[in-house]
Design a protein around this ligand. Structure first.
Ligand code: PLP
Length: 474
C-alpha cells in the first residue's frame, strides 16, 4: 500500500472506519474523497473525539461531518507557500492537482532545521550572474566589478571602493597600503573574528588586544587610550554583531595621537554612528561579503576610502603590485586579492536591495525582542545606546554563564542552529601574548549566543525558539 493511500477514506465510510484508518496510518489525519477520487475534506483524530463526545455512534457515516473548509495546497505551489500553511494545529497538508485529486501530502517535521544564517538571493542575483557568465568576463575584469565598487562605496558615503577576494584580504590590503609593518603596533578588540588580528600579524606588526565595553560589546575607547604607545600606528574598531563602535571617542583619540583608524565593518553593513554610516570614519574601512554577512558575494570583501592616493595604491597592491603604466613591471611586492566579475554581479544585485534586507532583519529582531523580553534571565543586545544605530546581523543575547552551554545543546538538538559568541582572542594560545587585561570580554563571551537570523525564520520559529530557551532558563 502506498503511503498516501493509508490516509484516504471514502466519504461513505463510517466514523469507525475513519478511526481505524487514522489508527493505522499513525498520522492523526484522514483525507476524505468522493467517487471521483476528489478531495472533499480532512478529518483529524480531534474531530472524531468531538463527534463521539457529541453522542454520534461509531457506525454513523462520516459524510455529514465533513467541513467544507479545509487546508490544502496545489502541487504547483512552492515550498515556502506550503511551509507558511503549517501552524501548531495543522501538521499535515494534502497536496492536490487542478482536479482536486490527491497527489501527495506535506508533513511538518518537528525537527526541521532552522539555519543560523543564509544568503537571500532572490533579487537580480541570478540574472546578473548569468549576464556576467554569458559575457565570458568571468575573471577579475568586467562591468560588475566597477558597478559593485561604485554602488557599495556610495552606499557607505565614501568615494572609492576596492573589491577584494574576501574580508581578510581587504584588511591586509588596507594595513599594507598604510605602510604598517614590523615595529608598529595595531590595537584590536578582544572579541572579534580571528581575521582581524591575523591581518595585523601578516604585516609583521604587533597586535595589541584590548577589552570591550560592557554595554555595546565593542572595543572600549578607555582601553584603547591606555594601550597607546609611541609605536601605535592604527586602531581597528570592529562593529561587532551589527553594533557600531563609539566612533566619536575613537576618532578623537586617533586624531589626538595621530593614529590611523581602519574600521572592520564585516558584521555591520549599514550601521550608523550619529547618522553616518560605518565605513565612513576610517582612513580605510573594510567589509566582508562572506555567505553569512548582510551583503554577500559568496566570498568577497571591499576596502572603502576617501583618499585617491590610497585608492590607487590599493589597486596596484591588489593586482600583484603591477605598474599601471608599464605592464609586467612590478613597483611593489603585491598580492592577487582581486574579486571576480561573477562575485561582483551577485554583489551588485545585493546592494540594490540592501535596504529591504536590513528591513526584514530589523523586523525579525523586533519579533525576537518581543518574546524574549518576557523571559527572565535574558539580556538582549542593546539597541538604545546614544548615537548608535545598530543593524540586525545575528540576533544576539546574553544568558547566565552556567546556563549558556546547556542552552546551546538543547537548541542544537531541536534542530535550531545557534552559535556561541567568539572565543576571546586573549584566551587562545596563539594570541594571548598580545593581550592586555580583558576581563569584560572574558565574561561576556561565556554568556553570549547568536540566534537564527534568516528570512526563513517566521513568527512560528521565533516562538518555538523562545519556548525552548524558556524551558532551559526556568
Ligand atoms: C567575517 C569577518 C571577517 C573576515 O571576512 P572573510 O570574508 O571571511 O575573510 C573579518 N572580521 C570580522 C569581524 C568578520 O566577522
Amino acid at each position: 500500500m502506498k503511503e498516501l493511500d493509508r490516509l484516504i477514506c471514502h466519504q461513505k465510510a463510517t466514523i469507525k472506519e475513519v478511526m481505524m484508518c487514522i489508527d493505522k496510518n499513525t498520522k492523526g489525519t484522514a483525507f476524505i474523497v468522493n467517487d471521483e477520487k476528489k478531495l472533499i475534506g480532512v478529518i483529524t483524530d480531534g474531530d472524531i473525539r468531538r463527534l463521539l463526545i457529541e453522542g454520534y455512534g461509531i457506525n454513523d457515516s462520516i459524510e455529514m461531518h465533513i467541513q467544507e473548509k479545509f487546508v490544502y495546497v496545489l502541487e504547483t505551489e512552492n515550498l515556502q507557500d506550503i511551509k507558511n500553511k503549517f501552524n501548531h494545529r495543522i501538521r499535515i497538508i494534502p497536496i492536490v492537482n487542478e482536479e482536486m485529486q490527491l497527489v501527495d501530502y506535506a508533513e511538518y517535521d518537528e525537527n526541521v532545521h532552522i539555519s543560523l544564517a543564509q544568503p537571500q538571493l532572490n533579487g537580480n542575483e541570478y540574472k546578473y550572474l548569468m549576464d556576467a557568465f554569458f559575457s565570458t568576463w568571468i575573471s577579475s575584469t568586467g562591468k560588475y566589478i566597477t558597478e559593485f565598487e561604485n554602488n557599495f562605496s556610495k552606499y557607505c558615503g565614501v568615494q572609492y571602493g576596492i573589491a577584494t577576494s574576501n574580508g581578510t584580504t581587504a584588511l591586509h590590503l588596507a594595513l599594507t597600503a598604510l605602510g604598517i609593518g614590523a615595529g608598529d603596533e595595531v590595537i584590536v578588540p578582544d572579541i572579534t573574528f580571528a581575521a582581524t588580528i591575523n591581518a595585523v600579524i601578516y604585516t609583521g606588526a604587533t597586535p595589541v588586544i584590548v577589552d570591550i565595553e560592557e554595554d555595546s560589546w565593542c572595543i572600549s575607547p578607555d582601553e584603547i587610550e591606555k594601550a597607546i604607545t609611541p609605536k601605535t600606528k592604527a586602531i581597528i574598531p570592529v562593529h561587532i554583531y551589527g553594533q557600531p563602535c563609539n566612533m566619536g571617542k575613537i576618532c578623537e583619540i586617533a586624531s589626538r595621537n595621530n593614529i590611523y583608524i581602519v574600521e572592520d565593518c564585516a558584521e555591520a553593513h549599514g550601521a550608523e554612528w550619529k547618522d553616518k554610516k560605518v565605513g565612513s570614519f576610517g582612513i580605510i574601512s573594510c567589509f566582508s561579503f562572506f555567505g553569512n554577512k548582510v551583503v554577500t558575494t559568496g566570498e568577497g570583501g571591499m576596502c572603502v576610502t576617501n583618499s585617491k592616493e590610497l585608492n590607487d595604491k590599493m589597486r596596484i597592491l591588489r593586482d600583484h603590485g603591477m605598474s599601471k603604466e608599464r605592464k609586467y613591471y612590478h613597483e611593489v611586492i603585491g598580492f592577487n586579492y582581486r574579486m571576480t566579475n561573477l562575485q561582483a554581479a551577485i554583489g551588485t544585485a545585493q546592494v540594490e536591495r540592501i535596504d529591504s534586507i536590513l528591513e526584514w532583519r530589523t523586523e525579525l529582531e523586533g519579533q525576537y525582542r518581543n518574546v524574549l523580553s518576557e523571559i527572565s534571565g535574558i539580556r538582549l543586545q542593546r539597541n538604545d545606546l546614544p548615537y548608535r544605530k545598530k543593524i540586525a546581523w545575528l540576533v544576539s543575547i546574553l544568558v547566565d554563564e552556567e546556563k549558556r552551554d546547556k542552552l546551546l545543546e538543547v537548541l542544537k538538538n531541536s534542530g535550531v542552529d545557534v552559535r556561541a559568541f567568539f572565543v576571546p582572542l586573549s584566551e587562545m594560545d596563539i594570541y594571548k601574548k598580545y593581550a592586555n587585561d580583558c576581563h569584560v570580554s572574558k565574561k561576556i563571551s561565556k554568556m553570549g549566543l547568536n540566534l537564527p537570523t534568516t528570512y526563513e525564520v517566521k513568527k512560528e520559529e521565533v516562538d518555538k525558539i523562545a519556548a525552548l530557551i524558556d524551558s532551559v532558563l526556568v
